[in-house]
Design a protein around this ligand. Sequence first.
Ligand code: ASP
Length: 403
Amino acid sequence: MKQNKLLYLMIAGIVLGIFSGWMFGSAMLSVGWIGEMFLDALKMLVVPLIISSMIVGIAGLGDIRKVGTTGFIALVYFITTTCIAVVIGLVMVNIIEPGIAVKMTVEQIPAKVIGKESIGVTDIFKSFISPNLVRSMADMEILSLIVFSLVFGGILTTLGEPGKRVIDFFDTVNASIMKIVHLLMYFAPLGVFALIASKLGAAGGGDLFLAELAKIGKYVVTVVSALLIHGLVVLPTILYVITRRNPVIYFKNVIAALTTAFSTASSSATLPVTIECAEENNRISRKSSLFVLPLGATVNMDGTALYEAVAALFIAQMLGIELGLGEQMIVFLTATLAAIGAAGIPEAGLVTMVMVLQSVGLPLEGIGMLLSVDWFLDRCRTTVNVWGDSIGAGVLDNLEKSR
Ligand code: ASP
């Protein structure tokens, strides 16, 4: 499909989805199955795509020193942008103070986080290694799949001709999966429409959403405006300064990925589309995109980090608890880690938020206050997560080429 045509159709899908979900409410649940089919088709591609991408990506980087430098640059980009995002979140929540004068009405720990109270930093490290690869594939535990594929691909490069044959095999697997992604894009506008319309329908349509907004609207405004500052000012500036590429054109080229992120609320499910946009539209070299994007979809979550920081301070403000500079530093650190540890799936950020709240002694019941609007904010932060990954691919590709 022509890129411009797809772009307009994707935007039309989102707009129509919002309109129909808003107006017709629960009646739109009837199109939910179409959205689920689209989402399932994306998810179906994720595991083979991640494994083959990482193997081909690491093999494409050549010798181990180059892998080290590229990995280091990617890491610096991920950490720097995530930290900037958290700082923006903290500044905005301190300025707007959305939790002051809001009464905390939820008294129970939400089901979503029950049993997760003991999640800590060491659990994030533990999730790097899988005791059972088949189960990790079934459960889409991507971080451990990435670690395995990186090691596996790295070893293949040391095995000479036989190793090369296996790399070629995965190269072909990767190319064929990307062809399927290409085909799937024909259905994307419809899929995006159905996902949004049915989700808004399930949330009770426009009236109920507005009622929820009336309660904690200031909090929503804080998160969204901080996300906008990061997504529309900070990230494009980084792109322009490092690559001299026009951020508006770059943005236009990844709209299909951003709209998919908004409608699926999952960086992982969006990954096939993110790679497609990077390579086909933004002309990012295959070796950069295959290396950076799967990693980014899993560990680089600017939107989630920003969100966790704002949410923690919002809860503190509701309870009348003053968090001093030292405690806000702790929030800064744990929100960054929590975002790295969050899986690229819907509402994963809510679960890792346990770590942030516990680090400064805030009650987990506070998460209950966020649930009613989280389905919406999850979409917004996932879009920023994917945008951050896409720019990361551009930055790394540029630095790679100039080396
Ligand atoms: N849904 C987000 C993502 O997939 C993670 C989160 O913040 O919940 O990027």
